[in-house]
Design a protein around this ligand. Sequence first.
Ligand SMILES: [Zn+2]
Ligand SMILES: [Zn+2]
Length: 319
Amino acid sequence: MLWRHGPISTLNMQLKGDQSNVSVTVHIVQGADRVALIDTGLVWAYDQLEAAFDEVGIAMSRVDLLLNTHEHMDHIGNNARVVRESGALVGAHPRRAAWIADHELGAEQMVLRFPGAEPVFDPKPEYLDWMEAEEAPVHLHLVDGNVVNLGGGVELEVIELHGHSLGEIGFLERSSGTLVFGDALMPTHVPVLFLYEEPHHTRATCRRIMQLARDRDVRSVLSGHADPCGRDEVIAWAGECLDRTRQIEQAIVEAVQEVPGADLARVRDIVTERLGKLREWRALITIDGHLRDLERQGVVARAGSGWERTARPHVGCAT
Ligand SMILES: [Zn+2]
Ligand SMILES: [Zn+2]
């Protein structure tokens, strides 16, 4: 089933069986002169991508531009196949272009980023198996304010939405007022601790999405792991994500207060247990980002190989 918003046809790729809770969106954007595909989704669901092109009535070979919201495996799984079929140019933010073009590099930088933390996660099932073995290069670097003109008034304005990934971008399709992003905001039902690398960027992105929804003609919002929503809903959702950032931060402060000297893995265990989230590698990235942010605020300090609470009051991320 496809969702249609102006020139955008969105496929919600869905896995079957045990993984039926795993879904991700990809978007075919048709202009008068060019066709773009935003993200390529899950490697196991390539047949759904082919069927979506059939339903839209255009050949995959007509894709001129493949635009990636960010480097994560559930969004770039079929990049090489799409490029092989179409000869499309691949565009992404420069900060993570190298990870999109080199899966092993991405796995090292994400899954194996904290080799000292137990358990050691296997990057194959955790990451590499989610993508084709073949890789596609990134040809175009997209940054805030770039406009991808597909013809006939269909224009994708690049919006930097860093936080979840430091190279995440979204697109505002101007003719239909549709904001498209990947994981800049994450629905609460996702069992992983909200994945973001830098909480201060995440907070800025939540506020930017609220601002965009208020100031620009945003009528619909399409995101990586949630149903389409409207302007008021995305404002509320961004507010919820800000609240969740505060809750995670609070849980981390409490963890290092209760267990002085707790290392990253220990803090992860306490926080994921307290918040009912999975104890896995994504949580390490989020918690590391928070600990560094709290260190900058003077609320926590390094203690040996771990962390401890300082005397400075924790006022929360009010700004
Ligand atoms: Zn992601
Ligand atoms: Zn995702």
